[in-house]
Design a protein around this ligand. Structure first.
Ligand code: PRP
Ligand code: URA
Length: 209
């Protein structure tokens, strides 16, 4: 069974509530996605390995802990995952960024890939897949499968809002991929939208309809 992390930090919960509100503007929505991603990055990177290095402070020589140089790549699922990139980069500035373009076919609700561009050395990196919404799990499961098909083994998935159906699907398809999310909602509606959710994340982020 995949590891599942639900963020109960009050700052994250507060910001998620504003994000859900239909009266929140595109500008504010974008800023909130940025801020929440930044806060989540802190916990998502908790297991990055450390090594030791001798440094000199102004008054003494000491052995200090530094990151062991494990490399990270962020892979947002287009479009809505883009909104999470800058917040994550604020905490992990040396991460490289790949992109996977997927859209849900409105009739079949199945994901269709239309773009994929990844860093050359991605198989050597820990890969963090970003998408604000985990609804049926079709898009994220397909994106993770594309990455695995390209030889990537070390993958985490980070979303803002999830439905039980999507969590179950990801855990079944990819039990090796830990899932981090800021809220677990009640269910999906007949159009596979998350209830209560926040509507269409891509549209709210980019001001489209
Ligand atoms: C949304 C969202 C996810 C997907 C989630 O993208 O950003 O990628 O739906 O749904 P699923 O779990 O049922 O696959 P959408 O297809 O609307 O594309 P967009 O980001 O371009 O708006
Ligand atoms: N995609 C979204 O953007 N919102 C949902 O509720 C479900 C899928």
């Amino acid at each position: 069974m995949a590891q599942f992390f639900l963020f109960d930090h009050p700052l994250i919960q507060h910001k998620i509530s504003i994000l859900r509100d239909k009266n929140t503007s595109t500008k504010e929505f974008r800023e909130l996605v940025h801020e929440i991603s930044m806060l989540m990055a802190y916990e998502v990177t908790r297991d990055l390995p450390l090594t030791e290095k001798v440094i000199e402070t102004p008054v003494a020589t000491t052995t200090a802990k530094v990151l062991a140089g494990k490399k990270v790549a962020l892979v947002p699922i287009l479009r809505a995952g883009l909104g999470m990139v800058d917040g994550m980069l604020a905490i992990i500035p040396s991460a490289k960024v790949g992109h996977i373009g997927l859209y849900r076919d409105p009739n079949t609700l199945k994901p269709v890939e239309y773009y994929c561009k990844l860093p050359e050395d991605i198989t050597e990196r820990e890969v963090i897949v970003l998408d604000p919404m985990l609804a049926t799990g079709g898009s994220s499961s397909a994106a993770i499968q594309f990455l695995k098909d390209r030889g990537i083994k070390n993958i985490k998935f980070v979303c803002l809002i999830s439905a039980p159906e999507g969590i179950e699907r990801l855990q079944k398809d990819h039990p090796d991929v830990p899932v981090f999310c800021a809220a677990k909602d009640e269910r999906l509606n007949d159009h596979a939208y998350i209830i209560p959710g926040l509507g269409d994340a891509g549209d709210r982020l980019f001001g489209t309809n």
